[in-house]
Write a protein that binds this ligand. Structure first.
Ligand code: UGA
Length: 587
């Protein structure tokens, strides 16, 4: 009877081992971490993965764990190499674990007389098995691949969070082999695993098998960065919604509906690393890959889009309490490797926001990164409590059911940034301050502020002054026009460029009224901040400090009417240059 060993008990290794064991096949799992082995031997898991604990428990008679590669190879017929292949700082792939595993397997093979097949399941760049792993195995075993032992590349396509399901329900089996004996043995093994059900199989050479895995992940990453680019466009176009765009284009069978969910960017231990590794490899073979470079760039920048949504909604993040719902790189996992939440939280901290995070599973992992720089809250409602803003970063099912009234009830003000598009905009735009990836923000916030503010000021004051002081130059059934006598009243038109703000200032000798005619922005008046858009009217009392910021993509245009003279010195209205410089001085 066949026994299989697994070297490296991360998600891929442990899940595949447990699935084989559940099919009645004897398995030995090896890991270098004693701590991990202790956890497994005590019946627990070193990470969370749905259904895995139950599977291991049911199949425990076919599962053993060891720290000895030699023991595993001697007592099995096939060894799956499932160690990690993380990224180095420069994006290239770190082969330390794979080299050490190959060395240990090679040493074990040198003492073994029976035929053994080594199966590379770890994700390695094209050529690694032939040029690195094979060389180490042959050197350490003093045997020849293909002749004395088999060497196969058998990539996997399982996703964290659904890896048990994916192992039992793969869409494809890829067997990269250069000889029929080992290739046939692996195909038979998987056939047995699937009880002889038909499974689409691609039999190819090892290098192509390695590339299939990278191309697969790079294409998935491309789909995500593509839809995120469309989302970013939607955010700048009235009424466009990326979710509906994705649903529509997903019905085209040439495109397909999956991996078109716009969000804060792809994370996890695979997609970011694999795209970067392919780009790095392309340099070595003198092949420029601009498409993948763009995919990576879009992904690196996507968390900034989330920050922008929050910043624009709040008019600044300094001192604001931001509740983060979800930090895992996706739902149903406690994994935060390369999670967009890490970049978002870092940027929030840089903006001096007060960050509070919740997640059903991943908080402990997050603590290892941020320690006491942020607060960790188990309960989602406690996390929302008294927060100024909430950012949804993981699409956990339990966040999908939070009602608008819960956000309203718990938060200081219900300002929500839905970076995963799990809430219904129809409901939330009406009830809360809601902005989302792939939707143009609606800045609902201007409404209550404007009403509150205009009710306490005398808007008639400058208008009456214009009526009184201006010269009536036309009066008919369609309009009345007054021109101003400018030494009594000053009218100023300002076009504030994107991302610019006026100098903070006050006018000791006059109050003024701002009429916003285009764009999105905010005005700070004293210690209050008002979010303004087309049609907003704000009065600034005499001597009150004020400052205007453009938060939108276009110019922020406003007309300011000053009661009396704005400047103590006289200036010549006829001389435009002099006016320009005087206005520039004021702003
Ligand atoms: C990925 C691949 O999907 C698996 O096929 C592959 O076997 C695995 O890498 C691997 O190489 O081992 P995984 O990293 O577990 O699986 O997670 P995915 O489901 O691919 O999600 C990756 C990231 O993309 C997550 O942050 C997720 O939230 C994001 N994503 C995914 C989106 O933003 N939008 C989508 O439409 C789909």
């Amino acid at each position: 009877m066949v026994t299989i060993s697994f070297v490296g008990l991360g998600v891929v290794g442990l899940v595949t081992q447990a699935c084989f064991a559940s099919r009645g096949i004897n398995t030995i799992g090896v890991d270098a971490s004693k701590h991990k082995l202790d956890i497994l031997r005590s019946g627990n898991l070193p990470f969370y993965e749905p259904n895995l604990k139950e599977l291991i428990c049911d199949a425990c008679s076919n599962l053993t764990f060891s720290d000895s590669v030699r023991h595993a190879v001697e007592n099995s017929n096939i060894t799956f190499v499932t160690v990690g292949t993380p990224s180095k700082a420069d994006g290239s792939i770190d082969l330390l674990q794979i080299s050490e595993a190959s060395k240990a397997i090679g040493v074990a093979l040198s003492n073994k007389s029976r035929y053994h097949v080594v199966v590379i399941k770890s994700t390695v760049l094209p050529g690694t098995t032939d040029n690195v792993i094979k060389a180490i195995l042959e050197r350490e075993s003093r045997k020849s691949a293909e002749k004395d032992f088999g060497l196969i590349v058998n990539p996997e396509f399982l996703r964290e969070g659904s890896s048990v399901y994916d192992t039992f329900n793969p869409h494809l089996l890829v067997v990269g082999a250069t000889d029929n004996r080992s290739g046939g043995e692996i195909e038979r093994l998987w056939k047995k695993f699937f009880n002889n059900y038909f499974l689409r199989t691609i039999r190819t050479n090892r290098i192509t098998a390695e590339l299939i895995k990278y191309a697969n992940n790079a294409f998935l990453a491309t789909k995500i960065s593509f839809i995120n680019s469309i989302a970013n466009l939607c955010q700048r176009i009235d009424s466009a919604d990326v979710k509906e765009v994705a649903q529509a284009i997903g019905t085209d069978p040439r495109i397909g509906p999956l991996f078109l969910n716009a969000g804060p960017g792809y994370g996890g231990s695979c997609l970011p690393k694999d795209v970067k590794a392919l780009i790095k490899m392309s340099h070595f073979v003198s092949c420029h890959l601009p498409l993948l470079m763009a995919v990576d760039e879009v992904n690196e920048n996507q968390p900034k889009q989330v920050i922008e949504l929050a910043r624009n909604m709040m008019g600044g993040l300094k001192g604001k309490t931001v509740a983060i719902l979800g930090v895992a790189f996706k739902k149903d996992t406690d994994d935060i490797r390369e999670a967009p939440s890490i970049k978002v939280i870092r940027q929030l901290i840089e903006h001096q926001a007060i960050v509070r995070a919740t997640d059903p599973l991943a908080l402990e992992n997050l603590k290892k990164i941020f320690d006491d720089k942020i607060a960790y809250v188990k309960n989602k409602f406690d996390c929302l409590s008294n927060a100024d803003c909430c950012i949804i970063l993981t699409e956990w099912d339990e966040y999908k059911n939070i009602k608008a009234e819960d956000f309203i009830g718990y938060m200081k003000k219900p300002c929500i940034v839905d970076a995963r598009r799990i809430l219904d905009p129809q409901e939330f735009v009406v009830a809360t301050n809601y902005s989302a990836i792939g939707l143009k923000p609606s800045y609902k916030e201007t409404i209550p502020y404007r009403e509150e503010h205009t009710s306490e000021i005398d808007l008639d004051m400058p208008l009456n002054a214009i009526r009184k002081e201006g010269v009536l130059i036309a009066e008919n059934e369609r309009y009345t026009i007054h021109d101003l006598k400018l030494d009594e009243l000053t009218v100023s038109l300002t076009e504030l460029k994107k991302a610019q703000e006026t100098r903070g200032h006050s006018h000791a000798d006059c109050s003024e009224v701002y009429f916003f005619t285009q764009g999105d922005g905010k005005i700070q008046v004293g210690n209050r901040t008002y979010y303004v858009g087309q049609g907003s009217v704000i009065t600034v009392p005499r001597s009150e400090f004020h400052k205007v910021s453009n938060l939108g993509e276009q110019k922020l245009i406003f007309i300011t009417v000053f009661e009396g003279k704005r400047f103590s010195k006289n200036y010549d209205y006829e001389n435009k240059a002099s006016l320009k410089s005087t206005v520039a001085e004021a702003h």
